[in-house]
Design a protein. Structure first.
Length: 565
């Protein structure tokens, strides 16, 4: 999926890319967490005749449209069942279903989804224009458009109870001339949604399929744009199954290997939070230590309000920072050529963030990579040691994570590790030694770590055991409790998104990307298991296939009792 998946990602936490291939230059966080629970179901489709859609509405007044008559003459459409949101609609005949659950042709992509109203982004703030409303049955759809020149994007949303159903259409070429009448309006008019059942994520059972995990991984690589994909399922004691498929660089046959390294993006935020926990356990700081407690003597122009921000607030994105609104997001990209020591770079970024008034009230969740970079600067002020060295000794070395490091993996000019592929350049491979290989290096605390799957698993296993109450991990039981506790009124804890399930149990998740690699992780502490997926393609192009992988793995490990996943 493309358009709606990108907007969901933004709503959940902020993405290091301009919305819709460069439409909005203000969204430049490194990456985000997944904010909705995937379903194991996939859409199905059967052919049906659909009537000619009505002409576009000319005014802002909602216009009643008749229910579609499948028996009437008109353009060929395909009736589709979108099982993941328990809905049906239509797409143009000939459009094919993608791995991510959307539908596409050579000139368009159509997606269907639903989300809690409070999780939706403000489309107007993202550059969309409200163009009309359309009434179909008892439902009113708000219509928005975004003209990018070569690409035209339409979003239609209708609120039902505490949910908003969304239909997202992205078109190019000739189709853009009549996309409303030929694609979006028929989809709206045919849309029917049933009651969404509460679903539980479980990794408790044995694999539901006799097929090896390798079959799934090979399929996703063969049927998607991913150059390579790796998936590992684990419990607290070991790896249950793992598979990799694909190539290190598009256009070259060199295959990926099981111990290859992938950048994990903002999944490193959980590592940064755990690093902070080691200092909390030692009594050097607390979660409620303020910026002024550490930085007050070196920042004479420290903003009074920002000075009272706590480390906990920085780690939960509730400190009042907004990278874009503060004008700091551009440094994620513009600082790539900065050769100064990283301590100096982070100190400067922290100064810029902390000497201006907050962009939001404290307590409001706004995803901020600069906030995590500021945490790195605070630790460096506390210890006099570079953040990278602190993470290496206190996390990597402590857990035996020999296959982890910083910035783009691999040797410049060589193919000894997977190369990243830029999503905003249609998956173009980038040399690990080139100027486009990585985001600005000061952002390490926010997400510039690479790991082999096995070594990232070692960290995640420690997290899993700690969340289960183990007293023999690198931080205390009390620290792990803090790491998994969301800030009040949010679903974001310290480096983790926390999803509360119908039975009261919690699942922790995060998605990360540096626009060249993408990675996703899910931990189910009550089941004692988790899984990760990695790829060498940026999140914009990878989000759909990774979502499909999550659905498939949850279906694979549905509990023996048949609990839906």
């Amino acid at each position: 999926m493309k358009t709606w998946s990108r907007l969901q990602t933004l709503a959940a936490g902020g993405v290091a890319l301009a919305v819709i291939a460069g439409a909005c230059s203000s969204g430049t966080a490194t990456d985000t967490f997944a904010g909705t629970m995937p379903s194991a179901a996939t859409p199905t489709a059967v052919a049906v005749q659909e009537p000619e859609p009505e002409a576009p509405v000319e005014t802002q007044v909602p216009t009643e449209t008749p229910a579609p008559d499948p028996a009437a003459d008109g353009a060929d459409t395909i009736q589709v069942s979108i099982d993941r949101i328990n809905a049906t609609s239509v797409v143009p005949a000939g459009w094919e279903q993608t791995l991510g659950g959307g539908f596409e042709s050579d000139s368009g992509t159509l997606e269907f989804d639903a989300a809690p109203a409070g999780e939706l982004p403000d489309l107007v703030e993202l550059g969309f224009d409200p163009i009309d409303q359309r009434v179909a049955g008892d439902r009113t759809w708000d219509l928005y458009s975004l003209d990018l020149g070569e690409v035209l994007v339409y979003i239609a949303g209708a609120e039902v109870g505490d949910l908003v159903y969304v239909i997202a259409l992205e078109v190019t070429g000739k189709l853009a001339e009549d996309a409303l009448e030929s694609v979006l309006f028929p989809a709206i008019d045919a849309f029917e949604a049933g009651e969404l059942s509460q679903q539980s994520i479980t990794l408790a059972g044995s694999p539901a399929s006799d097929a090896d995990l390798q079959v799934l991984v090979d399929q996703v690589v063969d049927e998607s744009d991913l150059p390579a994909l790796g998936v590992t399922v684990f419990d607290g004691d070991g790896i249950l199954e793992s598979a990799v498929s694909g190539v290190r660089r598009e256009g070259d046959p060199t295959p990926v290997e099981p111990d290859d390294r992938f950048s994990i993006g903002s999944n490193a935020k959980a590592m940064t939070a755990t690093l902070v926990a080691t200092f909390v356990d030692e009594g050097l700081i607390s979660w409620d230590t303020t910026v002024a407690d550490i930085y007050g003597d070196v920042l004479a122009d420290l903003d009074d309000t920002m000075g009272q921000v706590t480390i906990r607030q920085l780690l939960t994105h509730t400190a009042g920072l907004d990278d874009a609104a503060a004008g700091l997001d551009r440094y994620i990209f513009e600082g790539r050529e900065d050769e100064r020591p990283l301590i100096d770079q982070r100190a400067e970024i922290a100064r810029m963030a902390l000497t201006r008034p907050p962009q939001h009230a404290a307590g409001l969740h706004v995803y901020s990579n600069i906030g995590y970079a500021t945490v790195g600067a605070l630790l460096e002020k506390l210890t006099g040691t570079p953040f990278e060295e602190l993470l290496q000794t206190r996390i990597f070395d402590a857990l035996g994570m020999d296959g982890c490091g910083f910035f783009a993996p691999g040797t410049p000019g060589q193919l000894d590790q997977p190369w990243g592929h830029l999503d905003y350049r249609a998956g173009e491979p980038v040399d690990p030694g080139g100027p486009d290989a990585e985001l600005s290096r000061f952002a390490s605390p926010a997400g510039l770590v690479h790991c082999s799957m096995a070594d990232w698993t070692r960290f995640l296993q420690s997290q899993l055991r700690g969340f289960q109450g183990s007293e023999t991990e690198i931080v205390s039981v009390e620290a792990f409790e803090a790491l998994r506790t969301p800030a009040p009124g949010t679903e974001y804890a310290l480096g983790w998104a926390v999803l509360v399930q119908p039975d009261g149990s919690s699942v922790l998740t995060h998605t990360g990307s540096n626009l060249r690699f993408s990675a996703q992780v899910w931990l189910a502490p009550e089941d004692g298991r988790g899984f990760l997926s990695v790829t060498n393609l940026g999140v914009d192009l990878a989000v759909g296939p990774l979502g499909y992988v999550a659905e498939a793995v949850f279906a694979r490990y549905a509990s023996d009792a048949g609990t839906p996943s």
